[in-house]
Ligand binder design. Structure first.
Ligand SMILES: Cc1cc2nc3c(=O)[nH]c(=O)nc-3n(C[C@H](O)[C@H](O)[C@H](O)COP(=O)(O)OP(=O)(O)OC[C@H]3O[C@@H](n4cnc5c(N)ncnc54)[C@H](O)[C@@H]3O)c2cc1C
Ligand code: FES
Length: 332
């Protein structure tokens, strides 16, 4: 057993063979994370003292970060007591992840390569989540894939997923060729820490590409349903990137008036009247005051990396950029 301490003065024990992230969760310390497979870097921290061992490749770190002592807590074990420079999420309550059976309630094509799946939970289920979190759906033969929940919690105990078809993908084959209403599945969750915090009085900006709109829709619904005026942002803008107009399979403006919605095409035809290029370019073109902005970005790893870099270079405080990268699953 090794003792881990964090920047905020929190302490927790790490057992042999346990990742630092799992140890923190078991010890009641909430650390930011997303993929849990060493690919997205949401869980990174700097080792101030002590030694750790990587149990998977840390693909989410650059060589320079590795040399400077950064680690990914989701794939590192402690081999001594460790002082970690990492900020916890403070007193935010993370609902414990658990495995729940569910049935497919409905299946609906939203576009040529996106399907909406609604899962029905047992009436006795007490599944709770923060809008923006994801679940791991467990299919036949234990095949497991992560999908963001696309709705805020609702009385009907249903979970909406927006799933993009990946060519040759094992789980895509199930969703797009075999799945039927009433199929029995299981899921594990809620997972991840991509949910709204510290938005009071700020300009809240969502950046999404493709089905990265799913958790954004959940958070927008959460904002619409919230009676908590003290935490309300002063403005809400949604930038959604796609290749063709058909990629915009849902209209964020339909949810509530007052949200700014900017669809952005990277391969626009000459007659496209809207924004062109990448979502972060469209945001920067609106000359925002990034010192008062908090950004939630979801979708491709490439968008998240370049958005983070460009926005921070233009004045966005590092800790005001939150992301969920749809990296591919490490194992089948
Ligand atoms: C936190 C998180 C949340 C996610 N939420 C969603 C969601 O809401 N909706 C959604 O559609 N997807 C989401 N994903 C991605 C999803 O979990 C799967 O990885 C993806 O759907 C591919 O699964 P598959 O079994 O069809 O393909 P696989 O069998 O896993 O992969 C088939 C091939 O495609 C490649 N590949 C896999 N994924 C990608 C990709 N994203 N881009 C390019 N190549 C790829 C693989 O390397 C492999 O060669 C999320 C991922 C993470 C980590
Ligand atoms: S790299 Fe650790 S959560 Fe993604």
């Amino acid at each position: 057993m090794n003792l881990i301490s964090t920047t905020n003065g929190e302490k927790f024990d790490a057992r042999d063979g346990e990742t630092l992230l799992d140890a923190a969760t078991r010890g009641g310390v909430a650390l930011g994370y997303s993929c849990r497979t060493g690919r997205c870097s949401s869980c990174k921290g700097l080792v101030r003292s002590g030694s750790t061992i990587a149990v998977h490749d840390e693909l989410g770190l650059t060589a320079a970060e590795r040399d400077a002592g950064w680690i990914l807590t989701c794939v590192r074990h402690a081999s001594s007591n460790v002082e970690l420079d990492i900020e916890s999420l403070g007193d935010i309550q993370l609902f414990p992840a658990k495995t729940t059976p569910c049935r497919i309630h409905s299946l609906e094509r939203l576009s040529a390569d996106v399907i909406k799946v609604v899962l029905r939970l047992p009436p006795t289920s007490d599944f709770c989540f923060h809008p923006g979190q994801y679940i791991d759906v467990i299919g036949a033969d234990g095949l497991r894939r992560s999908y963001s929940v696309a709705n805020a919690p609702n009385a009907a105990k249903q979970i909406e997923l927006h799933i993009r078809e990946v060519a040759g993908g094992a789980m895509s084959r199930y969703w797009f060729e075999q799945a039927k209403v009433n199929d029995l599945l299981r899921f594990n969750g809620p997972l991840g820490t991509f949910f709204l915090r510290d938005t009071a009085g700020k300009d809240l900006v969502f950046l999404a590409t493709g089905t990265g709109m799913a958790p954004v829709k959940a958070m927008l619904e959460g904002l619409r349903n919230s009676a908590d005026d003290a935490n309300k942002p002063r403005s809400v803008s949604v930038y959604w990137g796609g290749r063709s107009p058909q990629d915009f399979y849902w209209d964020p403006a339909s949810l509530a008036p007052g949200f700014v919605y900017v669809p952005v095409l990277s391969r626009a035809e000459p007659d496209w009247p809207g924004a062109r290029g990448h979502v972060q370019d469209a945001l920067l073109a609106s000359t925002p005051d990034l010192t008062q902005t908090v950004v939630y970005a979801c979708g491709s790893d490439a968008m998240i990396h370049s958005a983070r870099e460009q926005l921070i270079a233009n004045g966005l405080p590092d800790k005001c950029f939150h992301s969920d990268a749809f990296v591919c699953s490490a194992s089948n």
